[in-house]
Design a binder for this molecule. Structure first.
Ligand code: AMP
Ligand code: FE
Ligand code: FE
Ligand code: ZN
Length: 287
């Protein structure tokens, strides 16, 4: 059983349409794939419709969250994966709409501030590249590559789109414990995505993870391309201590990142079974 529990389609910042993503998943030999677009469930229907025989789809999402320290110091951005939620749950869908509206305004602000400084990007083009998706910095990055401002999406993130760039703009995020509770309220199962992905910015410590566990976190994404061997060892120990499940995944984004679908990390069948057993919001889909 080959299981990849974290992928992105054109419903957010991946480059494969949901239908192409499930086809690629099967071609890569996967038996189970989760579709976990940022702040949206809008890719589920197309993925389910196009599901090839032999592949099981786990509908999911990846919630934009932040950890705010009690002394109200600087927040740490983090991502909570929610699997098998009820996509019609009112509080969840209200939150998702708010997050996506904020993404739209923020991408527009970033683009227009760049354009005002003479950088050859337009909001019109970025919106076209996003095509109704939960828009993110990768869409702005692609417009910058297209205009020849940078040579790659990676270079865009290292320069104009970094959190230290003058063009950096915040977006709305859910408070981390709120995100964990919301996934549970919607009948889903909450996992902490890439907890130690330091390349993206500051990360939280073990105490914060323990607080999330107390709020209903089911597990940690341990085997992730952004984690080195020491990170994985540490997280495996912490998961055992806190009685959390452990997953592994690719965090596939199509051509926006280099990792292939089904690469970089897999989830053990026992952990997958335990995840599915906890869900009440929706069920895995098989062709
Ligand atoms: P945003 O959600 O708009 O803040 O943009 C962050 C997203 O960009 C994350 O979901 C990452 O998947 C993606 N990302 C971050 N760094 C890079 C990079 N160097 N290359 C491609 N995508 C990236
Ligand atoms: Fe992403
Ligand atoms: Fe993420
Ligand atoms: Zn992701």
């Amino acid at each position: 059983m080959l299981i990849d529990l974290h992928t992105h389609s054109t419903a957010s910042d991946g480059t494969d349409r949901p239908a192409a993503l499930v086809a690629a998943a099967r071609e890569a030999g996967l038996d189970v794939v989760a579709l976990t677009d940022h702040d949206t469930t809008l890719g589920w229907a197309e993925a389910a419709e196009a599901l090839p025989p032999g592949l099981t789809l786990v509908p999911g999402l990846e919630l934009s969250c932040r950890w705010v320290p009690p002394d109200s110091g600087r927040p740490t951005m983090l991502h909570i994966l929610g699997y098998l939620v009820d996509p019609t749950h009112p509080a969840l869908s209200t939150a998702l709409t708010r997050l996506r509206v904020s993404r739209l305004r923020r991408a527009e602000r970033i683009t227009e501030r760049m354009a005002a400084d003479g950088i050859p990007v337009t909001w019109e083009r970025v919106a076209e590249l996003a095509a109704g998706a939960a828009v993110g910095r990768p869409h702005v990055a692609r417009a910058l590559v297209e205009a020849g401002v940078v040579n790659s999406v990676d270079e865009a993130f290292a320069t104009l789109l970094s959190s230290r760039s003058p063009y950096h703009e915040p977006k709305a995020d859910l408070e981390a414990l709120t995100g964990v509770r919301l996934v549970n309220q919607a009948g889903g199962v909450a996992f902490f995505a890439h907890p130690l992905a330091r390349r993206r910015g500051r990360v939280v410590g073990d105490e914060e993870i323990a607080a999330m566990a107390a709020a209903g976190l089911a597990g940690l994404e341990v085997d992730h391309p952004d984690h080195d061997e020491a990170d994985r060892e540490h997280l495996r120990g912490l998961a055992a201590e806190l009685e959390l499940l452990v997953t592994g995944s690719s965090d596939y984004h199509g051509t926006n990142k280099t990792v292939g679908i089904g690469r970089g990390g897999h989830t053990a069948p026992a952990a997958y079974d335990a995840l599915v057993a906890r869900a009440t919001g929706s069920a895995p889909i098989s062709a």
